[in-house]
Design a protein around this ligand. Structure first.
Ligand SMILES: NC(=O)c1ccc[n+]([C@@H]2O[C@H](COP(=O)([O-])OP(=O)(O)OC[C@H]3O[C@@H](n4cnc5c(N)ncnc54)[C@H](OP(=O)(O)O)[C@@H]3O)[C@@H](O)[C@H]2O)c1
Length: 325
């Protein structure tokens, strides 16, 4: 398989984790790293063995040797950073949530289409072997009736942290709820009704939220929060069985197919080869080598469907980001 030259934009928390996986993937080359600060870019590049470092995102986007860019900036920057890369003909893997709103996302997808480049939200959960196994099991358990999934993570309030800053697209919705919502959408599809409530903190973004998705004869109950700790399990209950993800469902390597009483019938437990991000990296490289512009594992339709639900939640809460008119 051809090796692809990767560029990384932003050198924060997840960029470091991602770079570790990138460095261990044979089909990927750690080619260029960009930061708003030249020194940070140089230090990052040196740490993970990138050939090039740039003190601006624009320089990286204009480097003709970059095949694909991983965007690891705050949510509010994804739209501008992705358009910069796409308009320079770059394929893009963009961190979750891919945009602040569906209208931003649609402009990004339109630009990707017009420039004939690959675009994928970095919804790594959907590329992981355990998740693919659960999707396979779902075909064997009959009609799904109920899903419960939580992502709660206690974080001390800090108005300077992007998580609490509306200007950065902060809030539990885009940061955490995107995972349980993606799970619910993948296993149950588009909901007929969305019922939601949130605790909006002093900064103006949701610190906690509850989302109930109603379907014809099914429901999903999803909670996300920065205010409480939780084991973050996920459970899919169906007519003839259950799928239970172990704690921290979106990054666990273990899930079980159970009977209606919760007795384990089959267990899937495959440790990560690197740190779990290798699967999305390989999926992007596979798509690029096959010349396809959209991953079948993370299709644009699912990113759009989840974004549409998040738009609806924010509309119900009256929560708007400063970037929105
Ligand atoms: N897939 C996952 O498991 C996972 C986990 C955590 C986060 N994420 C996602 O990854 C993205 C980044 O999250 P993170 O936790 O890595 O954030 P972070 O630690 O704050 O890093 C973000 C980086 O973006 C750059 N940046 C550009 N404009 C910025 C601005 N206005 N304010 C702050 N930083 C800015 C900075 O890099 P430079 O200074 O080098 O330019 C910064 O270090 C988010 O979309 C988040 O949802 C994904």
């Amino acid at each position: 398989m051809k090796k692809f030259n990767w560029g990384i934009i932003g050198t924060g928390r997840i960029a470091n984790t991602f770079a570790q996986a990138l460095a261990g993937c044979g089909e990927a080359v750690c080619y260029a790293a960009a930061s708003r600060t030249r020194e940070k870019a140089e230090a990052f590049a040196q740490k993970y063995g990138f050939e090039k470092s740039y003190g601006s995102y624009k320089e990286l986007a204009e480097d003709e040797n970059v095949d694909v860019v991983y965007i690891a900036t705050p949510m509010s920057c994804h739209y501008g950073d992705a358009l910069l890369c796409i308009k320079n003909g770059k394929n893009v893997l963009c961190e979750k949530s891919a945009a602040l709103s569906l209208s931003q996302l649609d402009e990004m997808l339109k630009a990707a289409n017009e420039n004939n480049v690959f675009f994928m939200e970095a919804m790594w959960m959907k590329c992981r072997p355990v998740y693919l196994k659960a999707l396979e099991w779902a075909k064997r358990i009959g009609r799904i009736e109920y899903i419960k999934a939580d992502f709660c993570n206690l974080v001390q309030y800090d108005p300077k942290d992007r998580l609490f800053d509306p200007g950065c697209g902060g809030g539990a919705l885009l940061d955490l709820a995107v995972y349980p919502l993606t799970l619910a959408y993948d296993f149950l599809g588009e909901p007929e009704e969305i019922i939601t409530a949130a605790h909006i903190g002093r900064g103006g973004v949701d610190l906690s939220n509850s989302i109930m998705l109603k379907y014809n004869n099914a429901a999903a109950s999803l909670n996300s929060s920065f205010e409480i700790p939780n084991n973050n399990s996920a459970l899919i209950s169906a007519e003839n069985g259950m799928i239970i993800f172990s704690d921290w469902f979106f990054c666990t390597s273990r899930a079980a197919l159970c009977d209606r009483d919760g007795k384990e019938l089959e267990v899937f437990d495959k440790p990560n080869e690197i740190n779990g991000y290798e699967y999305e990296i390989r999926e992007v490289c596979r798509c690029l080598s096959e010349g396809i512009r959209e991953s079948p594992l993370v299709p644009h339709s699912s990113t759009r469907a989840v974004m549409r639900i998040m738009d609806k939640c924010r509309a119900d809460w009256g929560m708007r980001y400063p970037q929105e008119k």
